[in-house]
Design a protein around this ligand. Sequence first.
Ligand code: MTE
Ligand code: MO
Length: 354
Amino acid sequence: SDYSREPPRHLSLQINSKEPFNAEPHRSALVDSYVTPVDSFYKRNHGPIPIVEDVEKYSISIQGLVDYPKQIFMKDILELPKHTVTATLQCAGNRRTAMSKVQKVRGVGWGVSAIGNAVWAGAKLADVLELVGIPILTASTKSGGKHVEFVSIDKCKEENGGPYKASIPLSQASNPDADVLLAYEMNGETLNRDHGYPIRAIVPGVIGARSVKWLDSINVIAEECQGFFMQKDYKMFPPSVNWDNINWATRRPQMDFPVQSAICSLEDVNMVKPGKVTVRGYAASGGGRGIERVDISVDGGKNWVEASRFQKPGIPYISEHPSSDKWAWVHFEASVDISNNTDIIAKAVSNTNL
Ligand code: MTE
Ligand code: MO
């Protein structure tokens, strides 16, 4: 593989693997701002970053079980209505390093920062699918298409040198309210190479692995994608399963990410003076389920106090409120009194009343 033309990256990132490039910011950067700057947004790759020299010649083939297969160019995508979605992207491997302290987990090690919140802009996939004759809210095409597979132009060893790919259900892809985007902007700027230039999928509320970067084709298929990252990775097994007895087919691919929270204003082990301490961090839930509550304990889990939650600075967050960003994380903050040697714990509760 050729790593000689990687893009420049910010020096503040902690590098977990150099080739392919996998890096995350320091946890404190995650609570500096609601929208994570591109420079400090985690980067998760499985091969060299592709190079698209001529964006006018760049196209995505939409094919498979559709009536009107079509090759769409950048200008076709730019002609569709532009939608802006604030969505948190989280790698399924976020916090894997901590998991491995309980039982060894395979894969790149990540701290608590394989997550970020960005303002993505692009065309809705539901609008793009209409161009090939798939009406909105379609669960199955006439020819039996039930899944939408995203195929990249990159090359990764897990696919034996083939492209990275993943799929989502057609019902989600064709649902305008699911806000699935073919994104060309991140935080108001042209998507950069690391994050999928010129076009990537953004699947809000779902593990990052399904938001395929550097799109090459979109296939409407009958069964979910059979690629490595759908069938041989990103699945959850009970502790009794190990690498010798694993039967991958017994589990479904992970899609919506589970509720998650992490303290970002303190390290895992920190020296602080006894007294008032402000605890800050992030909480996020997949599937558009908001964060109902964040609780903090300063005595290892015996007593809990509720933290305040917000997205926009100073405005209290209310889960499910129209003013809240449905697909985005919340920041939490609590002022607590700590004595000597103590465990501070944050626990988020997601809203399942959807
Ligand atoms: N898309 C392609 N083509 N190749 C990849 O390696 N990694 C996936 C996803 N899309 C990947 C990809 C994974 S596992 C994650 S978590 C996100 O991209 C990371 O997106 P980011 O690098 O923009 O943060
Ligand atoms: Mo990931």
